[in-house]
Design a protein around this ligand. Structure first.
Ligand code: ADP
Length: 636
């Protein structure tokens, strides 16, 4: 079958795309000019791609080495065409790219929509569903494209009116690259005017590295943008506004950057970097296939946006450009991994970024707080990942604490607030702040006025495994091992006298150890509790209950371990148990209550019950007993 005789095939959009298109057509009215930024940005990416592919095979350029984006308004037909001489697409790519949402977080995107036009427009840009933005201004969109390297007969035409379906057909296409033609809506004819196009291109696309040329009927071609690589210009000549616009281009969004660094390094390795810290997390920050945000250029030729070697993963939130003139243009993935220069660039970037963050933490606390709330959990990964910068990273950490649950406390702040004689920086890990704040394990710390770091990010478990001390003071879990508040207790003599450990519990503990052996590795009296009857703690060498839960959730093997049950000898319930034991060590209630103490200690720290059915049985057995013994017993 020849290209001319094939009839168009009609295909339905993926559900998510349909939802998105609906949104484009109906909701996002006031910001619709961003459609042009999105199409130009895609065109620029396609030219980048071809320039990279052309490094191996010059013939792909078909004689047009200079990248170029053209805008062709046609008032007669009411259409605007955006064309590029980039890589183009073949049929499969057209269907995959323009019929589905390629990124796994598409559902997340739709869920994040707020109904607020400005906010949703920002999300669209940031998420990179850019192409579909064309339907904000067009009743019908036609894409004609040919993948570079194919014969001219192997072009593809894609067309849709933005409702449920689109068509694809084979076409004859001599031109290189892609042309996207928008049949503008009646109320979007302003995008045929040179004045509007000039303004919109200047605003959003001034610094893409290729010329955007206006080819209006009856006028000379006119280049609308600066078309220079912003990063290659000296810092002193660049305005804040220009930095912001460039960010909007590379971050595919119009949101403000939180901060940026622009520097040129010379010496053994020469490179220029322009790096931005976003003001909000990208949607895919926590996805394993998250986009890589830093593009590598060699003498302004785009090489790749997949140079993961340029950044450690704990800085994956950065967006920007690195231009390294001494790298070979044809650098391959394998070379990137082993290249000494790349390793040096990475080291240099890490150093600069950490320095910038340290300065921000010192002198711009509001900005740093915003940084930390968005990216702190990512930066923390650096502690286990990058031992060579551990000290610097430790200085950047911020925590909620038992004494200051609404603040972000640094380790230095914590140390400054330590009680005299306090030997360690104490911490407790768990799922959420409220559970931690109410945890029985904190009781004695509250009573003695000792601050405890409350760690709720999953990564925190790894952080504390690798950060065993800060500035000479050890970090100690309050939920592990035998608690020793050492000097602190002696100093607080009044409290200790009053709370001297009562004697005579040995028999009870021994009995409980025997009976609860399957659930607790040990039963002992607690130094941690003031109000609660019991709590569980991990044995000194165990992972800890929270860590075990994280591993289980990730389907990782968890070593068999049983917690230690600690009892509060000052609690009336425990004292009553001692009484019962003295009267009859074989009294059934001891075992029954022991299991209940174990269950409720687990619940109090937000843990799962290993045997919920058994726990329920024990509770109803106890209720039965109480009911059976009549109302007087309950009341007294
Ligand atoms: P994004 O650009 O964020 O990936 P888009 O919906 O804007 O999302 O585009 C989807 C994909 O379609 C692009 O990633 C690219 O592969 C392809 N594409 C879009 N426009 C062009 C173009 N002008 N030339 C070549 N490919 C294009």
């Amino acid at each position: 079958m020849t290209a001319e005789s094939a009839s168009p095939e009609t295909r339905a959009f993926e559900t998510e795309v349909q939802q998105l298109l609906h949104l484009m057509v109906h909701a996002l009215y006031s910001h619709r000019e961003i459609f042009l930024r999105e199409l130009i940005s895609n065109a620029s990416d396609a030219i980048d791609r071809l320039r990279f592919e052309g490094l191996q095979d010059e013939s792909l350029f078909e004689g047009q080495k200079e990248g170029r984006i053209t805008l062709r308004p046609d008032p007669d037909s009411g259409t605007l065409t955006v064309a590029d001489n980039g890589s183009g697409m073949d049929r499969d790519e057209v269907i995959a790219n323009l019929g589905t949402i390629a990124h796994s977080g598409s559902q997340a995107f739709l869920e994040q929509l707020t109904g607020d036009e400005q906010e949703d427009a920002r999300l669209i840009g940031q998420f990179g569903v850019g192409f579909y933005a064309a339907f904000m201004v067009a009743d019908r969109v036609t894409v004609e494209t040919r993948r570079a390297g194919r014969e001219s007969g192997e072009g593809v035409r894609w067309a849709s009116d933005g409702s449920g379906s689109y068509t694809v057909e084979a076409i004859e296409r001599p031109e290189l690259g892609t042309a996207i033609t928008l049949e503008l809506k009646e109320d979007a004819r302003e995008f045929l005017e040179a004045e509007t196009l000039r303004r919109v291109v200047k605003t959003y696309s001034d610094h893409i590295p290729y010329p955007v040329v206006l080819e209006a009927p009856d006028a000379e071609p006119e280049t609308l943008n600066e078309a220079s690589a912003l990063w290659a210009r000296p810092r002193s000549e660049i305005t804040e506004e220009e930095y912001r616009q460039f960010y909007a281009h590379i971050a595919h969004g119009d949101t403000e950057p939180l901060a940026w660094l622009h520097f040129h390094a010379e010496g053994t390795t020469e490179y220029t970097a322009l790096l931005y810290i976003p003001s909000r997390p990208p949607m895919d920050l926590w996805q394993p296939d998250a986009r890589h945000g830093v593009r590598l250029y060699v003498r302004r030729v785009f090489i790749t946006d997949q140079a993961r070697e340029l950044l450690p993963t704990y800085l994956r939130f950065l967006r920007g450009v690195v231009d390294a003139p001494d790298l070979p243009l044809n650098i391959s993935r394998e070379m990137l991994q082993s290249d000494q220069q790349v390793a040096r660039i990475r080291k240099g970037i890490v150093r600069r970024v950490l320095k910038r963050l340290t300065e921000m933490a010192e002198s711009e606390s509001d900005r740093y707080r915003r940084f930390w709330e968005n990216f702190g959990a990512v930066l923390k990964e650096g502690i286990p990942e990058d031992p060579s910068n551990k000290e610097e990273l430790a200085g950047l950490l911020r925590f909620r604490t038992s004494r200051r649950p609404d603040e972000w406390v640094s380790l230095a702040d914590y140390k400054a607030g330590m009680r005299e004689g306090q030997q360690a920086i104490y911490y407790l890990t768990g799922d959420d702040l409220d559970t931690l704040r109410n945890s029985p394990q904190l009781e004695v710390f509250q009573a003695k006025g000792v601050e405890v770091l409350l760690l709720t990010d999953p990564v925190d478990e790894w952080v504390v495994m690798h950060l065993t001390e800060y500035d000479g003071t050890p970090l100690t879990s309050v939920a592990h091992g035998d608690l020793d508040l050492g000097d602190l207790e002696e100093k607080d003599s009044e409290a200790t006298e009053e709370r001297e450990t009562p004697a005579g519990f040995e028999g009870l503990l021994e009995t409980l150890r025997e009976r609860l052996g399957g659930g607790a590795s040990d039963v002992r009296l607690s130094q941690r509790l003031t109000d609660s009857p019991s709590c569980i703690v991990a044995a000194e060498d165990a992972l800890g209950e929270h860590m075990e839960r994280i591993l289980r959730a990730a389907n990782q093997p968890v070593p068999e371990s049983r917690p230690v049950l600690e009892l509060n000898p000052h609690h009336p319930l425990i004292q009553q148990m001692k009484q019962i034991h003295t009267t009859d060590p074989n009294d059934k209630r001891l075992e029954q209550w022991g299991w209940l103490l174990l269950d409720q200690a687990r619940l109090a720290q937000g843990a799962d019950l290993p045997d919920p059915a058994g726990a329920a049985r024990r509770i109803s057995a106890m209720m039965d007993e109480l009911a059976g013994s009549g109302p007087t017993r309950i009341i007294t």
